[in-house]
Design a binder for this molecule. Structure first.
Ligand code: SF4
Length: 385
């Protein structure tokens, strides 16, 4: 009986989720430099908060105020649900550890399997470096770097809507909020479950108007091997591209960290400027990576990006970079074949980039559009068709 159990899914390397991340090369260190000089960021100084405080000017500040109750009926409805999820109070940590195997390998496989059971698209684990914690919360209280481990949860954006959308139309918020709603439910469920098992845990999820974060997610995504740093400055996964949102559960449950991945993205992004050329606010840089706050990145101009997002007159937010990036293509057999080729060959990367420029991918598909263009104005819905 014991032998049969030890051959089971909690004890072997069998793939648990829908995407073949086990085929991607794992490395000891991320493909972008992180030094000891990284400074923790104050949660009051994120782009959203700076825009809301008027640091990007009165027009952008007004745009934040307009976006708060929801500019679009569907995203306003989603916002109500996300706000409701964020009111969940943490249940107490059980006084005793549950009678389950204490082997960190088994616990790690188990908690990832729980995430996939709850319909996550990708799960990862990592240690939480101190610099990943924000220094202060929104009220100015110092944030304690109290949890050693993170469980990272990824949900892809709904592909049919991404395919139909221009990337900067009225579906910007609804597409992101669809992922955030599920992330909030999954993160809260996993954190609640871990506390019932006897370990402390805290759910971390967005979007910015609920902001349940005490950590920045990009370093965790990088360390957990979800993706590499892209030209947009955000993390790109080889099967989802930029088309996903993430959440995390911080915990002191013993888990085994995943390793970072290397699928050749640094060279790909160095030779590809598609997102930068498609960015309506010109916030994505065309040049080389730089060192910023002690780590290496292509430095997004967050002021330009946030300003465009909050003043977009023809939509809610902007996801043109997500839409235009060739890695965001769905995991069809053809795109997966290209993925495998470009992951292993620099020549294939150059050919693929040329092909994308030639084919002009990242177009919208109005025939697949199922939503209506409309906007709240003085509490009345006006058509924007
Ligand atoms: Fe990198 Fe090109 Fe995607 Fe931009 S569009 S993130 S440069 S691969």
């Amino acid at each position: 009986m014991e032998t049969r159990e030890k051959r089971g899914v909690l004890h072997n390397k069998q793939r648990l989720g829908p995407f073949p991340m086990d085929r991607v090369r794992r490395v000891d260190r991320p493909t972008t430099i992180i030094t000891d000089a990284v400074q923790r960021i104050d949660l009051r100084n994120t782009a959203y908060d700076l825009a809301a405080r008027g640091e990007y000017g009165p027009v952008v500040q007004k745009g934040v105020q307009r976006s708060l109750p929801g500019k679009y009926p569907l995203s306003a409805a989603q916002q109500d649900v996300i706000n409701h999820i964020s009111l969940i109070k943490p249940n107490p940590v059980a006084p005793e550890i549950a009678p389950i195997p204490q082997d960190p390998e088994v616990l790690t496989r188990h908690i990832k399997a729980v995430g996939y059971f709850l319909k996550a698209d990708l799960m990862g684990t990592c240690r939480v470096p101190e610099f990943a914690y924000y220094s202060h919360d929104k009220q100015g209280n110092p944030i304690d770097a109290r949890y050693e481990n993170a469980i990272v949860i990824v949900m892809r954006k709904e592909w049919n809507a991404v395919h139909a959308s221009t990337g900067s139309d009225w579906m910007g918020d609804p597409i992101s909020f669809q992922a955030y709603q599920h992330l909030g439910m999954v993160a809260e469920t996993i954190a609640n479950y871990i506390r019932r098992l006897g370990w402390d845990a805290a759910a971390q999820y967005g979007p910015s108007f609920v902001n349940r974060y005490s950590v920045l997610l990009p370093p965790l995504l990088l360390l957990a091997g979800i993706g590499e740093v892209s030209r947009t400055g955000i993390i790109l996964n080889p099967f989802l591209g930029l088309g996903f949102k993430a959440a995390a559960v911080l915990t002191n449950m013993p888990i085994i960290p995943d390793k970072p991945i290397d699928f050749g993205l640094q060279n790909f992004c160095q030779n590809c400027n598609i997102c930068a050329q498609n960015c309506p606010s010109r916030a994505i840089p065309m040049g080389d990576k730089v060192m910023y706050n002690g780590y290496e990145t292509w430095k997004l101009d967050t002021r330009r990006c946030a300003s465009f997002n909050f003043t977009n007159k023809n939509g809610t937010m902007c996801n043109r970079c997500v839409k235009s990036c060739p890695w965001t293509n769905p995991p069809t057999w053809f795109h997966n074949l290209v993925r495998v080729m470009v992951m292993h060959s620099r020549l294939a990367q150059l050919i693929a980039i040329r092909a994308v420029y030639f084919l002009g991918l990242g177009k919208d598909h109005p025939d697949s559009k199922w939503w209506f263009d409309m906007e709240y104005e003085d509490n009345v819905i006006r058509s924007r068709e």
